[in-house]
Design a protein around this ligand. Structure first.
Ligand code: GTQ
Length: 359
């Protein structure tokens, strides 16, 4: 009897049980999970085909108005994180629908948001007293704590991808929000004045400065697709195509050269027809929005010596996620343009960003 009770396993089990009510738990039982040899994300690769998503979005348009919903959005929820409103552990993504004549009322929150226009033309987002018309492929920023409302004065439904750092703010318990009190904020400046100030490789004089007081977010809030697409087309003709990324550029904060937002990095890349990319992996989890073309993403992860492989055939307006430290290879059967965003600024700020180019 004594011998059994004094066996280390028994003694340990008794210790765990006795100290549990004191909110104490032994590190040594979870050390490897807490300090992993390499990331083992609970997020999994996933693809949302627009053909499948769009009918649900339009049904959402029939059952609730934008005004009632505040934001009529279908959240892209990672299958490994169901119930958490997250596409990766740090990022939120959703597809927002706004129908002709609707208004999504003005509010502000500490979460940083970006929009990437997926379908339709002629809706607008208003940020800090200025509207920007949304066209497919435009990348738009809603900085932390800025008033923003959306409207659609066109005759067609408009859909865009929303990306926010909501799960990161939840982790930090730093979420605040306020309603403006009226459906729409007043328009203080004519459309295009923000772009004139910050979108031409120039910047305002000191007396005219109209910048984010924290300096953390780009003062330019719309990056039109036409400009970015033209840059990629030009580089595709004039510069070598990278074997991993094709022709890829990052969006910048024109005031600093850094990322456009403190938490979200954004990219646009062109994969020429026939491109068969080499494999890469990175600690930042990335979400892709297909703008033009068709191709394939092969995403692999080694779990205890067993390779899990996802093969996604994608086309226009499809979305997919490549979680942290998964190997990804991109291929294109036609000229393909991909927008993507990730939590890279957070990894960089913490000094934990790792990127590898494989093969
Ligand atoms: O447009 O402000 O998808 O506040 C989630 C939360 C969009 C927005 C979302 C938001 C918004």
């Amino acid at each position: 009897m004594e011998a059994i009770v004094n066996h280390p396993t028994e003694l340990r089990a008794r210790l765990y049980a006795d100290m549990d009510p004191a909110n104490l738990t032994p590190l040594w039982e979870s050390l490897h999970a807490l300090v992993p040899r390499q990331p083992r994300s609970p997020s999994v690769p996933a693809l949302w085909r627009y053909d499948e998503v769009r009918p649900f979005l339009m049904r959402a348009g029939e059952v609730i108005t934008a005004e009632e919903a505040i934001r009529r959005v279908l959240i892209l929820e990672n299958p490994g994180l169901r119930g958490q409103s997250a596409i990766t552990q740090s990022l939120y993504a959703g597809l927002q629908l706004i129908l002709p004549g609707e208004v999504a009322p003005s509010h502000r929150h500490t979460a940083t948001a970006l929009r990437f226009v997926v379908e339709g033309e002629g809706a607008f987002t208003a940020v800090n007293g200025e509207r920007t018309t949304m066209r497919p492929g435009d990348f738009i920023i809603t900085p932390s704590w800025t008033w923003h409302d959306h409207g659609n004065e066109s005759d067609q439904p408009v859909v865009w991808l929303d990306a926010l750092d909501i799960p990161t703010l939840r982790l930090l318990d730093a979420g605040f929000a306020e309603d403006y009190g009226a459906a729409q904020q007043p328009v203080l400046r004519s459309e295009g004045s923000n772009f004139a100030r910050f979108g031409s490789n120039m910047a305002p004089m000191a007396h005219d400065a109209e910048t984010d007081p924290h300096g953390a977010t780009s003062p330019l809030f719309c990056y039109p697709y036409a400009r970015s697409r033209e840059a990629l087309a030009r580089l595709r003709r004039d510069a070598p195509v990278d074997p991993w990324d094709g022709v890829k550029l990052r969006y910048v904060n024109p005031a600093t050269g850094g990322w456009p937002t403190p938490t979200l990095a954004t990219f646009l890349q062109l994969l020429p027809a026939g491109f068969e990319g080499k494999a890469w992996r990175q600690t930042d989890g990335a979400v892709f929005s297909v703008v033009e073309g068709r191709g394939r993403a092969v995403i692999e992860r080694d779990v205890d010596g067993q390779v899990h492989r996802s093969v996604f055939e994608f086309g226009p307006r499809d979305h997919f996620v490549v979680p942290s430290w998964h190997c990804c290879r991109l291929a294109a059967s036609e000229d393909t343009v991909l927008f993507s965003f990730s939590d890279r600024p957070i990894h960089s700020a913490l000094g934990v960003l790792r990127q590898e180019r494989l093969d």
